[in-house]
Design a binder for this molecule. Sequence first.
Ligand code: ADP
Ligand code: MG
Length: 430
Amino acid sequence: MSKTDIAALYENVKPKLYDSQQKELEEKFKSTDNVAEILDLCNKLLKNPEVPNAEYATCPAFTPAHKSLMCKTLSSTPGLFEKLKNAGPTAKGFTISRAIQTGVMTPHLGVGCTAGDEESWEKYKELYYPVIKGWHGFDPATQSHKSDLDPTKLVQSAEQTELFNKYVASTRVRAARNVSGYSLPAGTNDEDREKVCQLLTAAFANFEGDLAGTFYPLGTLTDAQKDMLLNNGYLFQIPKTTNLLWHAGAARSWPKSRGIFHNANHTALCWVNEEDHCRIISMAKGGNIKDVFDRFCRISAALAKSAEANGTKLMYSEKLGYLGTCPSNLGTGLRASVMVKLTKFNETEHSRKVLEKVCDKFDLQPRGSAGEHSAAVEDKFDVSNKQRIGFTEVQLVQKMIDGCTKVIQYEEALAKGTTTIAQVEAEVSV
Ligand code: ADP
Ligand code: MG
């Protein structure tokens, strides 16, 4: 590789590097003809997990590749960046530059901003509120959010239970919970992160009955253990430079103070210090959503109780509901999903598109078997509620039960030949 090739490579790499890193590389480029040395530095900088805190002097120049709602909001509101910059950092030191850093560095993101602590949600709301409105169709300027964690209110008829038992391989409910008084992962430091980890592990130690289990620090898991957890969908993915977490600064000091708690049969799981302080997950084989939601509510209550016993509480705002790192997960932060076998809907590219339309009609979102943008292995789709805020937890799970019932009924009718994909498409398009 010649120095000219390297120069071309550099043009590609440059947008991924911070100003200081670009300078470092340019210096190296000027000072040596040793191509291997230049490439080494290039690789090192690209892999650099210690993302520096951005400090933009003025609103960053966005390119056509920048698609996020953050970018749209700042671009369409002249002076907003400067105003929020002049508002200064939060008490915990989080700034508007850090809030938008991930969206500046990773243009393809849809949201493009994160919160670093509880105070940021109020301090930088002129950025967050339009982003929330754009993402959720919920306007925090005029609307308020309500929570309802009473599992006895769910209704699943005998007919629905029968359909779920037949078609649903497994059920999962997850949400984020963060502890008030500590920086969120995107704004934290080693000390705060470790304190959160200690608070949570103390809480897990008090989980009783079917919830009782063990906390495994990420750094102590063997590769085989990690693979087992990942392959079963129990563990979070290791952050990559292209996801929101990375340039938000939330992957710093990985895997320090991260870990996973689970009970013996993996039906109650908690992720620690990944995107949020805690992601609580209740999952089980089969389609007993009432049971899974009941356990989810008990995990949430146990964490709230433990936070209070420690003189703090879970982050919650009357307006925005449960607060966390990403604007896409406010409100309930809840995603209730079933892994459902839809052989007919998985037959062609077109039938999969029709499935998307059916889901959309009932405010549901289909994903592949291994999360967003993955394929449906063995015809299994992950179908979940699409909304997170403006509806209570009970309402969202109920919508998932009722909407999935419709999806399964269409699948049955397709299998029996009493309807066609074209007919289904026509029905949901009106
Ligand atoms: P989330 O953002 O809710 O964590 P992801 O799409 O990132 O969801 O998926 C996380 C993991 O959870 C994936 O491995 C996915 O296959 C698994 N998963 C999601 N829903 C279910 C379900 N109902 N049953 C079993 N596994 C599930
Ligand atoms: Mg995810």
